[in-house]
Structure formats: C-alpha cells, structure tokens
Design a protein around this ligand. Structure first.
Ligand code: FES
Length: 89
C-alpha cells in the first residue's frame, strides 16, 4: 500500500500501489470535478515524494504552467507508484 499524507488535513490515506490519486475522493476533503485534467479543481502542491509519482503528461504540463508551475500536480492525473507522498492543496 502507498501512503498519501495530506498536510493541511493532518491526515494519511493508504491506497494501493499504482493508484490514481483520484482515489482520495471520499477519503479526504480534496475536491475533484472533471477528473480528466481540464478543470484545475484538484491542483495540489507536492511537498515531498514526487519521485514516487508518475511524471506529468504534456496536457497536464500545459495546465500546470497556466496555474503557475512549480511543484504542483493535478491529482486526478497523478499516479503513486509506491511509497509515500505528501501533498497540500
Ligand atoms: S478534477 Fe478537474 S483537473 Fe482534476
């Protein structure tokens, strides 16, 4: 199982290795809307553990650039391979 630490909720959610972080829906207060990477509702900062995530695709990169870039991800487009990640939204 992979662990997602949600810094601003002071909470850790366990999800299976290889899961899309859209699985946080209902297990956290992260808001998802489109779930296809086009609305920006699920944008979050990756505080640590980015190496355990899939790399952003070209379309996600385009949206992230529009939202200021940095170490942000659209959680609905993010897969945790294994291990731990800390996010803040
Ligand atoms: S839910 Fe719309 S971009 Fe993730």
């Amino acid at each position: 199982m992979a662990k997602v630490h949600i810094k601003n909720e002071n909470k850790t959610v366990e999800i299976p290795d290889g899961s899309n972080l859209v699985d946080l829906e209902g297990k956290s207060s992260v808001i998802f809307a489109c779930k296809v990477g086009t609305c920006g509702a699920c944008i979050a900062t990756i505080v640590s553990g980015a190496e355990n995530l899939n790399p952003p695709g070209d379309v996600e990169k385009m949206y992230l650039d529009a939202f200021g870039g940095g170490n942000k991800r659209l959680l609905c487009q993010t897969v945790i391979k294994k291990g731990e990640v800390t996010i803040e939204y």
